[in-house]
Design a protein around this ligand. Sequence first.
Ligand SMILES: Cc1ncc(COP(=O)(O)O)c(C=O)c1O
Length: 512
Amino acid sequence: MQNTMRSYSSKIEEIRRKEYGYLNNVTYLDHAGCTLYPTSLMHRYAQDLTSNLFGNPHSASPSSMLSSERVETVRSRVLKFFNASPEHFDLVFVANATAGIKVVMDGFRDLEGGYWYGYHRDSHTSLVGVREHAKASQCFQSDDEVDNWISTPSTPEDDAITKLVAYPAQSNMNGRRSPLKWCGQIRKKKSNAYTLLDAAAFLTTGCLDLSNHEDAPDFICMSFYKIFGFPDLGGLIVRKSSADVLTKRKYFGGGTVQMVITIGPAWHSKRKEVHESLEDGTLPFHNIVALGHAMDVYAELYGSPKQVSAHASGLAKAAYDRLSNLRYSNGAPVCEIYKDDRSSYKDATTQGPTVAFNICRSDGSWVGKSKVEEAAIRNNIHIRSGGVCNPGGVSTVLQLNSLEMKKNFDAGMVCGDKHDLMAGRPTGIVRISFGAMSSMDDVEKFISFVEQTYVYWSMMENNGSMPMLRAEGQLQPTPAGFASRVSLGEKVKKGGFKSILRNITGRSHITA
Ligand SMILES: Cc1ncc(COP(=O)(O)O)c(C=O)c1O
């Protein structure tokens, strides 16, 4: 195992050359948004589709049967990928993680008596929206609140209400990983309570092991494009013993029914298998065929999620360490990093390979998030900035209360716009995230971009103060060779500095 781990990381440049040639000098750091598809996956998929006839599943024709057979094979393989026994779990194919969440919400919405909904503050908007159909809801503002809720004995009235508790396995904002133990605890300690784990961000590099079905979440949603880069497809894993609450939903459509009477008294009978009763309309069967190839190529290139996790975590730790240590010559930090106090980049059970931060100037004023993203784009670096669909996580780290958020909205700010700073404070974050095919070169390029774009120019503007960076409390010349080319204390004029940078970095164009 250790050997495979070493060999994949050591072969990363070769893998990138062969499989991700389309990167073409781009530094891609948005794996939490979508990871990258390998070229050989696309070739295999095209080859399969151009040499086989796939028809709409569930007919008797060979083309239809081929699709049905592939769909069921891939379904079993996905369950196996997560060590989920088919005796205890079923997989429902959906469009994406959000669609999986909506399948769960539809079931709960149709319950007689409705449901109570509890969700963690780190939730993506896709989870937050589930509260809109709940009779009552609560946002858990901290892990302690969840722990307290779990350990507080329920009243008989509480027990009578159906409850759904949802949280992300990994925050899509700062990569913080939540305790997976909550699902088992809630099952043991609360009556009539179900858990929905949003594994969308987590699975980009995380390992989900469902071999212990007793402690597993009731429902787990995911987007396969985040794990394999392709296809654009989602899944909802349902614990069979909890499936009733979903299969009782009122709606049916496509093949989810055994029989429907439309002329005469309305009557229908639903299909019995969990996935059969929840997969509305024609399955995205071409995408499911692609998923089979995606799993093959992933295994060949990377071995298993364990190796991917170790590789990506190492890169994120390096990026976090470097960004945390960046200082201006006056000692002021360059980045404010939004790491949760309970997480550590050394421990993949608490932290995924994402770093969320904002950049400050040497005088402590903020650089707008969208300005950082624009500067990154000009330097061929792809990152994400904004509220990243995580209102609770972002408002917590930016210390924006609901009144301030509403005030910002009233003053014209909406999610995704360029109102970077309101009343002098950031409204969103900058995010970099790593994946299976990221490399140390990506880390180096990003750090060098931050240094060159923000740190060096600040020194220039600082009346020719020494072009030095302080790392880990020590003044260090950077990048390599800087000290030998620029004598300490030399007053560097802007034009001259640019040309020095060009000499050092080999870049003809560094733009802020
Ligand atoms: C934690 C989390 N949940 C849900 C989603 C929504 O995923 P999708 O847009 O694929 O439905 C995302 C997407 O980034 C995510 O990171």
